[in-house]
Ligand binder design. Structure first.
Ligand SMILES: *Cc1c(COP(=O)(O)O)cnc(C)c1O
Length: 355
């Protein structure tokens, strides 16, 4: 506390990211990073930019990266917005599109950064309860709102909804922006990006992606949003009133190569999905109940063992997972899918703990 803080600083409850422990030999399954490295082509592209040109500012527009993203997704470059990680993209989305006269709606159990942004930007919000099986029930999103945002698949539950369901919501929610945060879309969820292609692109749908998860570049900090050019223009106005150069030269070069290496993405995502399915069945043998996941993490609980205790017991074995002390989900563990070896270590540690 300092008397020099501006009044708003005292009111904030900042987001607490998953721990990045410095200990060696840890099985780190707590922040949904990829267990596999990024595309070797991305690493080579970053190295190739590691030279004297770093004295120069990067392209403020990130035009080449926008083009690569547009090409991959069948869009135009003016439908792409770039940010220093999708958290920054989301910040601009809240400030630029979701701060309206009516409250923004999002699930009561979801990415905990959303309410943090609302506080920061003075945005009124209303949470909508997940259904009995922790699913997002879009029939509960019927009242007037200043915008709707949710991740698909949802975090930390891992549950996803079909694109057709989202289209139905879009058809009746015409007066505010619908934001789909597709941070984990590459592990088996239908993307909403095809809805944005061509002349029928809705004016009020925005899809947010990150290179931090399936493209294994959390350390590079690149995210993007795609949508109608007028939404993108609004976001650009915010960005250019805040930081005109959010993406450095290395980040732009690495991101382009990563986006173009679809084969690497598909191969590594397929491995994660395979490890996930095996882990879910092994956990079920141990008595765990796991929500159906289309993400690179699972949300699981044991009817006879408290979540907080399991979290601590795993930690004592050098395995870090995520536990949330929040209503309805405190019996759950959110476990990032690692390599098969990490998965095996997790399963044998749990066998030990439960016996
Ligand atoms: C990880 C995550 C993000 C943010 O990722 P960045 O690293 O900032 O790109 C956004 N939304 C959800 C739901 C996430 O889990």
């Amino acid at each position: 506390m300092s008397r020099f803080w501006s009044p708003i600083v005292q009111t904030l409850t900042p987001y607490v990211p998953g721990e990045q422990p410095q200990m060696q030999r840890l099985v780190k399954l707590n922040t949904n990073e990829s267990p596999y490295g990024p595309s070797p082509k991305a690493l080579a592209a970053i190295s190739s930019q590691n030279n004297e040109d770093l004295r120069l500012y990067p392209d403020p527009e990130g035009a080449a990266l926008k083009k690569a993203i547009a090409n991959l997704h069948g869009l135009n470059s003016n439908q792409v917005f770039l940010g220093n990680g999708s958290d920054e993209v989301l910040a601009h989305v809240f400030a630029g599109l979701l701060k309206q006269n009516k409250p923004v709606h999002f699930p009561d159990i979801t990415y905990s950064f959303y309410p943090v942004y609302c506080k920061l930007f003075g945005i009124d919000y209303q949470t909508v309860a997940l259904g009995p099986d922790f699913e997002i029930d879009l029939t509960n999103y019927k009242t007037p709102n200043g915008g709707i945002i949710f991740p698909n698949p949802n975090a930390p539950t891992g549950r996803s909804i079909a694109r057709a369901e989202i289209e139905k919501l879009l058809a009746r929610n015409l007066d505010s922006v619908l934001v789909i945060d597709e941070a984990y879309v590459d592990y088996g969820t239908e993307s909403c990006i095809p809805l944005l292609q061509g002349a029928s692109c809705p004016e009020n749908l925005l899809v947010v992606h990150t290179l931090s998860k399936s493209r294994a570049l959390a350390g590079l900090r690149v995210g993007f949003a795609v949508g109608h050019p007028t939404l993108i223009e609004g976001l650009e106005r915010i960005k250019n009133s805040f930081n005109s150069y959010p993406l450095g030269r290395l980040a732009q070069a690495g991101a382009i190569a990563a986006i173009e290496d679809q084969a690497h993405l598909e191969a590594t995502s397929a491995k994660v999905i395979q490890t996930r399915e095996k882990l879910v069945s092994q956990l079920s043998t141990l008595g765990f109940e796991t929500l159906p996941s289309t993400a690179n993490f699972i949300f699981t609980r044991h009817p006879k063992h408290a979540g907080a205790k399991l979290y601590q017991a795993l930690r004592d074995c050098g395995i870090i997972v995520r536990h949330f002390k929040s209503p309805r989900i405190e019996e759950f563990l959110r476990i990032t899918i690692g390599t098969d070896e990490q998965s095996a270590e997790l399963v044998s540690a749990l066998q030990e703990i439960l016996s």
